[in-house]
Design a binder for this molecule. Sequence first.
Ligand code: C2E
Ligand code: CA
Ligand code: CA
Length: 737
Amino acid sequence: MSATQTFNKGCKVEELRSEKGTNSLLRNSLPNTIFENAGQAIILTDTTGLITYFNPAAQKMLGYTLDEVVLRKTPLIFHLAEEVEERAKALSQESGKDTAPGFEVFIAGLGADRAHAEADWTYVRKNGSCLPVSLNISLLRDDTGAVQGYMGIASDISERYRLEQELRVAAIAFESQAAIMVTDAARRILQVNKAFSRLTGYEAEEAIGQTPSMLKSGHQDAAFYAEMWRQLSETGHWQGEIWNRRKNGDVFPEWLTISGVRNNRGQLTHFVSTFSDISNLKIAESEIHHLAFYDPLTALPNRRLLLNRLDKACASSNRSGHYGALLIIDLDHFKTLNDTLGHDVGDRLLVEVAKRLATYIREGDTAARLGGDEFVIMLENLGLDHEGAGVQAEIVAEKVRTELTRPYTLAGDMEYYRSASIGISLFHGHDKSVDILLKQADIALYKAKDAGRNAIRFFDNAMQTALDERAALEAGLRRALSREEFVLYVQPQVDTERQLIGAEVLLRWQPPNHPMVMPGDFVALAEDTGLIVPIGLWVLDRACAELRRWADDPRTESLFMAVNVSARQFRQADFVSQVADALARHGIKPRRLKLELTESLLLDNVDDVIAKMQALREMGVRFSLDDFGTGYASLSYLKRFPFEQLKIDRSFIRDIMNDSDDAGIVRAIIAMGNTLRLNVVAEGVEDDDQHAYLARHGCCLFQGYLFGKPMSFADFREMLGKRPPAVAKPVIDDWVI
Ligand code: C2E
Ligand code: CA
Ligand code: CA
């Protein structure tokens, strides 16, 4: 709309007004052009409220044309009816007089003492939309001072409203869950919110005027803050994790965001920091960490964490030159305990072992669980000297070994005794990879187990040599069977009268062009590799073939033959039929055959062992418990198995004359054998004193160099040829139960 048009329209008002004779008012009071060009809406009324003038800004603001309102309407049409009613009600209450919700609401109080009234109103445009305005109403007087009408000037205050609304939102946002701190450019705290006080423990008055360093925990160094402020002044923004201190001294992790506020010249004037306590997040994070790196049962570091630490330990050893050691600890016969007492008890044992290990290590050392019943201790800083480090590792290992043999209370009041085998490998810088280190400790552990368990062994070069030899031996053993390099010897057994009653078959290996190899040097390996199974079958077959020859000779027909059976061989599912087949193949009376078993066999799968023994017992085959006294078997335990005989281990017989402990054990075994109706054989009898002592204490059967060394079958037959035929036949059969 151009100025001229507007002016013309204004003239129209004048004309209209002049018809009514009131146009002088407008002409006299203010120049037309100011009204016409005003940015604010200007509305004039007469004293009754009838609109007499309505400027272009008012037309634009409200959407009405001149014709629609001038001399036709009162300003009431621009107002929200409810608002007018509310105002009328309020006025009535204030003045005690009834104020109608009409035009008088706008002019209430004007006249006597006030020429102006200002209030905020809501205008309703012609199209129904609303608009907040500030309306200023003043009286219009003529030259004589008489009231001619009213002038309303309305300004659009929607922008002010918007800002106020924004401020309200900002105020609520400021009191959010996150702590907020506003500082000036010099980092003086200007304002903090309630969450700030809740989180830090500082009230607003305590914080305002201070700098944020009041919250410093000391967990971040000067360089950290320098970098933070550098970034802030450069980019106006920083966020990250930071540890702060509460008023009560607690240190807590927070996630902090700092934003710089710039003025219109681009200068940083304020910093707004928002932060929240992320302790819970941290806890969750550490739980995840725990799951990934710790064994859930024992809470010890797991294999992954151990490998991590081992890597670091190697690096640090490389710098310092100090030796370290890796100890692999394996519980002896853990599987047996697990199988017989259940996994709950097994778990309890593992937890207890973990506890004991953890108390035995120094700070900086690591105890970890590799899995199953295998634990590892990693020792660091064992000194610069190889041997000294070995000694130190050995001391720790010995302490651990002893500690683990203390009784365990796992279920009820029962005390359980356990032992452990320990393998040690030393490390020095990056000499060996972490994998090799673990493997070497494992090999050492293997040696410890081999040495009869409850033992400690080192991995070193000598051990490596032994291993190489072992590999060569295994290869040789594999060939030996097909090349028929094994030989059977027999060693006589006699009664108190030194009458021959039988013989034990003992295996020898005779590699071509090599000295004969004794079973002590290869049977354990044959066990580990499983070769003992075919070897054992061969022994059984050859023994039965010889028994056949014996049966056909009156000097030998009443002798029995004892054959050693390894645990692994006995555990074969078809062991019973293998024995039955061998007996049948050679037409042997089963009662001429005696099988020697060792106690280790009695620890696992007890029911299966008993069933097999009983099946063979029913055929007539008899059983002897070999190496008795060295293992675990107790009296009550033994009763469950159908043994006919106990063989006292040679180690007790050896010192029987000068070690009263051994003598006591031997006497107890003989007495026990008698109680259980088991006959007792003493093996390794080398002199007459031993023989006499044993006979005096009720031992009836003997084996040892005193009566004959192991010899070939041929030598045995030849020896018999020089003797009168055996007369002990009835005695032997008496032993059959
Ligand atoms: P073992 O069953 O305890 O056999 C007795 C061992 O004591 C034999 O050693 C025998 O030569 C030795 N010995 C007997 N009397 C005396 C003595 O008066 N003094 C001394 N110092 N030693 C004596 P050997 O023949 O070297 O056998 C060692 C072990 O090898 C046996 O111990 C047995 O466990 C195992 N073994 C031997 N033959 C076989 C076999 O065919 N199969 C299986 N599975 N193991 C066998
Ligand atoms: Ca034996
Ligand atoms: Ca023995």
